[in-house]
Design a protein around this ligand. Structure first.
Ligand SMILES: Cc1ncc(COP(=O)(O)O)c(C=O)c1O
Length: 306
């Protein structure tokens, strides 16, 4: 789906016209893939657009940068305000939000210490990442032939730009084989996560999702889903999952900002059936919560117009 153009993009403290948001071909991060980013969503609510868990996302951006030793030349509060301002000036009731921190133009070579650090925030309308059909009836998953990176080759707690080559290879492989999305295993053989989502299995009424040590990003949707599950009376645990656990799961689903909460219909052609009751209840509550329809979770919303 092509990106839908809007008015303005925030670049290093300035709002520039969409068509002028350009960078030089010798931008360092383009060559070596060292940058960090976030994927955030703003939803339409009765009190105007609200960004879901914005501060948590910006804190994760700073943690990603800390892992790679990138000094972001703004504070957390400044970037929180910048995201709100970018959503506001583009007059979008709901949108996807992409802050990125990257090494810019000026130095080349693998020593990043002297490189300038640039920050940009773009927003655009983006519908269901895995499709409306996937949201309703579930997606077909394939275990990738590509592994998630080992803990000492790429740090899974960081949302680093270059790390997504691994995800893209897995995604393309799954799509070309006729599936909707890939599941990656860790070098130790545990289930890690999907290409841009965390994964959950349901066992005896408890939802289980893999830890950072199995190569998973600590998802903000994952964390929200665990809170919702506990509030609905279920167990919610972070723990290792074996590939065969997926094949015989009572229910399974994935979670992510772009994808939201999506049921898994099958894994490597082992059918899990129509979405189960726990998945369905969590998904419904999540989709209501992000739109400000659940009082208990209103604290997760950061309004753009306040
Ligand atoms: C690799 C990966 N895992 C998990 C997630 C889910 O994280 P979140 O729920 O914070 O969007 C994402 C998306 O950011 C991701 O890219």
């Amino acid at each position: 789906m092509p990106i839908q153009k809007v008015e303005k993009i925030w670049m290093d403290g300035e709002l520039v016209d969409w068509d002028d948001a350009k960078i030089h071909i010798l931008t360092h991060s383009l060559h070596y893939g060292c940058g960090v980013f976030e994927g955030i969503r703003a939803y339409e609510t009765d009190s105007g657009p609200a960004v879901f868990r914005l501060t948590d996302h910006i804190v994760r951006l700073f943690n990603s940068a800390k892992i790679f030793m990138i000094d972001i030349p703004f504070t957390i509060d400044e970037l929180v305000d910048a995201v709100k301002e970018t959503v506001r000036v583009n007059s979008l009731p709901s949108c996807y939000i992409r802050p990125i921190v990257y090494y810019g133009y000026g130095e080349m070579g693998l020593n990043t210490v002297p490189c300038p650090v640039n920050v940009s925030i773009a927003v655009w309308p983006w519908g269901a990442y895995l499709g409306d059909e996937g949201l309703k009836h579930g997606v077909r998953m394939k275990i990738s032939s590509w592994q998630r990176h080992g803990l000492n080759s790429m740090p899974p707690a960081a949302k680093g730009t270059g790390m997504y080559i691994n995800s893209s290879m897995a995604k393309v492989e799954a799509l070309k084989a006729g599936y909707d999305e890939a599941i990656l295993l860790s070098p130790q053989g545990y289930v890690s996560e999907c290409t841009g989502e965390n994964i959950f299995v349901v066992r005896n009424g408890t939802i289980i999702t893999p830890p950072v040590a199995a190569g998973a990003l600590e998802g903000i949707t994952q964390n929200s889903v665990m809170t919702i599950a506990r509030d609905q009376g279920h167990g919610a645990e972070i723990g290792n999952i074996a590939r065969s656990d997926l094949y015989i799961a009572e229910e399974a689903f994935l979670s992510g900002t772009a994808a939201e909460v999506v049921p898994i219909r099958s894994v490597d052609d082992r059918d899990l059936g129509e979405p189960g009751p726990i998945t369905r209840a969590i998904q419904t509550t999540y989709l209501d919560a992000v739109r400000g329809k659940v009082d208990r979770y209103k604290g997760w919303l950061e309004h753009v117009d306040e």
